[in-house]
Ligand binder design. Sequence first.
Ligand SMILES: *Cc1c(COP(=O)(O)O)cnc(C)c1O
Length: 428
Amino acid sequence: MAEVMEGKLNSAQAMELENKYGAHNYHPLPVVLDRGEGVYVWDLEGKKYYDFLSAYSAVNQGHCHPHIVGAMKAQAEKLCLTSRAFYNSVLGKYEKYITEYFGFEKVLPMNSGAEAVETAIKICRKWAYEKKGVAADQAKIIVCGENFHGRTTTIVSFSSDSDARNNFGPFTGGFESIPYNDLNALEAALQDPNVAGFLVEPIQGEAGVNTPADDFIQKAGALCKSKNVLLIADEVQTGIARTGSLLAVCGNCNCQGNCERQATYTKPDILILGKALSGGSYPVSAVLADDEVMMVIKPGEHGSTFGGNPIAGEVAIAALEVVDNERLAQNARKMGELFRTEMQKMVDTTSIVSLVRGRGLLNAVVINDTPDSKTAWNICVALKENGLLAKPTHGNIIRFAPPLVMNEEQLLDCVRIIKETILTFEKA
Ligand SMILES: *Cc1c(COP(=O)(O)O)cnc(C)c1O
């Protein structure tokens, strides 16, 4: 215990502590991170790694970005939390900034991604009863198979992942699941006049960077509009420049990442953001909508003690400024193309990798083995030994999502590590 207090842990001891005292709700790769800067993290023994997970795309701006950390420190020394019982001197400024940044009239600030999804569900249902005229308790929200929207009781109610659901019932009703990227199924589901919303990830991150047809969101949005149904985009993972444009719903406008402020994209009725909204430095999430939708929420009907706190506001402004100042969408687009081109060469010339897919710097490679095989996990352990951290998602798929501040030289170094490591798993 004295060792713990003096901070002289080694990695084995740190892992032992987590295993002994923490709930076993994760299965981490065996590496203990102690420090981060930009695209790099270091373990307790001082070994340096490229981070190719970015905390599930929360650290888009790179680890410990000085502009974000500076904003957080300055505000932490001034005022941390007031609750929403009172006004604070940062919240209004932040609300103006983020609504103008994304082109919506209102924002509702929360902390985690799951809370923001819950918030969107509540807003959508209330809108259905008070604006669309759906009969009491009949509102239905359409979701997609293999979705990931978080871990609360309501959200796991419409998950198709048995680990997320098993023995967590009874579940919340009012959701109907259709296959992802299936406009016919959406059109059929929209025939029900009680449908209030369509909740969708523009690219399914957790499902293995499941990338739909280029025009899927655009056409889904048009179908929803024709039936007076709200398009709810969960961009907690895909948003904030990750996929090579500010939002993934801009993905098909051929703007080369330059159209962030133009209306040439499919504007969702409700936009859900989290993760990189703080550059991974603080839990900050947000739900954005126009007045017609957002103003159904009245005082006392929804809230959060920490949502909209002054530190969160300053941190989010700084994090969004970094995205602009460092042109992260454009960089993600360029580096992403390079990454997929290089991975495609491996797909073409070896049998161990069967597919590479993704957009911007949200990519995945599919390992040519059964979904329940250990190959992808073993490759990630070997990548770790070689100085690069990534994690399998859905068995035999490895997601590659580095911080968006990665430059070309670093990316090519990573491509080399990935190729050399994966090739050692090629069966003779
Ligand atoms: C991570 C994620 C969430 C949940 O965010 P938390 O902050 O972990 O609650 C929701 N939706 C998507 C698409 C995500 O990737």
